[in-house]
Design a protein around this ligand. Sequence first.
Ligand code: GAL
Length: 404
Amino acid sequence: MKKILVFLTVMLMFSVKAQEKTLAPTPPMGFMTWNYFGVDFTENDIKTMADAMVANGLVDLGYNYMCIDDGWQGGRDNKNNIIADPKKFPSGVKALADYLHSKGIKLGMYSDAAPLTCAGYTASLGFEEQDAKTFASWGVDYLKYDYCGAPSDAETAKNRYKKMANALRKIGRDIVFAICEWGDRYPWEWASHSGGQLWRTTADVRDKWASYAPTNKDLHREGAGIFDIMNSNASLSGYAKKGAWNDPDMLVVGLYGKKGPSGDLGGKGCTDIEYQSQMSLWCLMAAPLMITCDIRTMNEPTRKILTNKDIIAIDQDKLGKQAKRVVYKDNWHVFLKPLANGDYAIGILNNADETRTYELKFGEIGLKGTYDIYNVWTKERESSLHFIKKQVKSHETLVFRISK
Ligand code: GAL
């Protein structure tokens, strides 16, 4: 009898587990306000950006979160409920959420595990349950939770994140929880246990290629470029899996040195080759894809980079593996990402200052035999090869999907 009871309990546990929903089964995609707007936006800006997401086909491609970063808050009311700035959101967040939802877009909001956010607005410490309820009542689907103004030790971070994650789970709405403590406390080791579906791994991205600062601490000071962030995030591939993602920060594609947060610390802008590289590297690394340029006015190269179905498919692949960096020498970086249907994605980055040729023999990276090769950017196809030999421009990342 006892054995049967134990057996039944175990079965029950398994079935509850099986029913548990994976909140971010693939890396979240969408738009985030920070780099373009800073703290200067209104509900109308959000709506027009959302309209442009629909009009440009981005929502259909999977960019289905509109994330409102820091600067939306207007303090607390006399019952301590957090409120949005009524000047920025005259119709209220609920009405905005309804608008977005009617267009197939989910709403992301932002808060911080301290009394005030990084930009000095009202945050959630001590009000976790109350704020979680408010967010749910508005229809929020994603919460980016920052760490400015909080103590530097990892234990406090783990507890504060867990507290908010528990509050979100308790209200029973599916709200993705995005941990943002910039990689300073090795969140890849604990963020999942603290209830996060993704966690920032580095200092804030700036609109530049590289500062080559050696540590994350230096990158905070000198500004982290696309290459710097890739270089840190690449070594964390073992921590990413379905529902638990390394977040190397937002896409700077299409910003072209715009003044604002990403324009600070040397963020003078990148070339289209470098922007395409960011998209390539982020997709190989199964990163969340948060656009931050002005979708309403984006130029053709930007549109092409952001809307390439084949590169997005590599990011969103159901297997949920982050590419491993399998070659790292002479300014060459080669990435290998296994895909759900048995194909592989391969990325080749040339980080030298001049165009060079690379020959990758598949045998060198553990792949046997020959493959059919599809270049996801040029759409060229080649069949039955046991190598890829290509010219790669400075800072360019070529991406191939190879299949048997
Ligand atoms: C930073 C965060 C940025 C942005 C900013 C808002 O800590 O890394 O992504 O959210 O705060 O103040």
